[in-house]
Design a protein around this ligand. Sequence first.
Ligand code: FAD
Length: 467
Amino acid sequence: GDFAEELETVVIGSGPGGYVAAIRAAQLGQKVAIIERGEIGGACLNVGCIPSKALIHASHKYQTSLDSKILGIHTKETTVNFKETQAWKNKEVVVTLTKGVEMLLKKNKVEIMKGEAHFIDNETLRVMYDDESGQTYNFKHAIIATGSRPIEIESFKFGKRVIDSTGALNLTEIPKKLTVIGGGYIGVELAGVYANFGTEVTILEGSEQILPGFEKDMVKLVVDAFKAKNVSIVTNAMAKSVKQTDKKATVTYDAGGQEEAIDADYVLVSVGRKPNTDDIGLELAGIKTNDKGLIEVDEQGRTNKKNIFAIGDVVPGAALAHKASYEAKVAAEVISGSKGAAVDYLAMPAICFTDPELATVGYTKKEAKEHGYDVKESKFPLAGNGRALSLNQTEGFVRLITEKESGTLLGAQIAGVSASDMIAEIGLAIENGLTAEDVTLTIHSHPSMAESVMDAAELALGQPIHI
Ligand code: FAD
């Protein structure tokens, strides 16, 4: 129709930012509509966190079946039918989850609109529906959660052989050779998947180390594990150009002043993501972005227009799903009348699903010092943990950063099996201002990986039992 319909709260995008914001705002009494131009669940559920973790799991299963001789398990021959792996990932994992989210939206009476939204001004937007019809809506509040997409570099145009993370997640064959440009966590996780399946992988990283956000002793474990799988890692490498044919792609790069070329079946370009803020009519709504195209918001998620909020990958900070969901709840509460709700990122974890897993929360030792703390560092090796030993995975450690005087937990870094789960306990402790002693007074079940957190805390108190 031609005249505008009225909406109370409209959420644009249904990723882990948008769908969580929509559900929470509805729970708090708002009448909510969510607009999605693609698949419900956003990048995270469809082409990000979830499918990548599914393929990582499958690749571990494959690896484990090859490596289980020491446990007395001998398999005749382990083969992979990668089309079946992909079908499992797509149907059993992704679709199950996205359908689940759709159900949750409906259960909470969120209206789902399948189309593309563009602002007309700061109280009006237009939705172009999939059938090419359009409708204009007035809204009281809007939450922008349009997420991000892979960066495409001019000299590495995506095509049949030059692919982005979405392409790498959806290959239907295991490549013989794969070149990965960019050693950030997305590139490294996907490199790990294919390396586990037997692909000859080369990672080209522009800086001095892969996973630049993680500390050296953590990254070293990942690098050593990669080396054991014959993955080549070239650091300080400048990828310059690519020649793409129907069958392969050849990358030319510069390493230490030397020009090199490398052939592969596929080249994965994972050099970062950019926010989907360029074509949603932000200028018409009068919403400001910074030089990276990110929307500047205050600690309640409010843009420079007071009725419009922005969350997730479109705002500054780490581009992580749990950050998007966290900001979503704050924005939903503020819209629904909470005056005090505000973000606080101190206890926000970051995880890399490599071999071994890496996880961090709070400050590193260096960051804690920079913030003026007198710090103590306590590093407990997983080799001292019975559960790790019985899992045949003793690589890694739990490191706690505490304030020297009070023992207050300021941060932690964990490398090893289940690091992604273990980090949650320390997040809870930091969020609540707990000390190392509080952790030691908490009975941890035996045998468990989480016991290592208690062991590290005992170390912080100078009374370690297991080291
Ligand atoms: P998105 O999930 O990107 O969702 C945005 C949605 O908005 C999309 O569905 C899009 O179609 C829709 N949209 C955009 N424009 C419009 C419009 N104009 N109208 C209507 N709809 C629109 N994070 C983690 O925390 N852990 C991980 O393990 C992890 N692994 C990842 C692995 C990969 C391969 C990738 C690519 C990302 C990974 N991430 C991970 C990052 C995570 O996916 C993102 O941080 C997260 O999805 C951001 O959520 P969001 O809600 O801001 O945006």
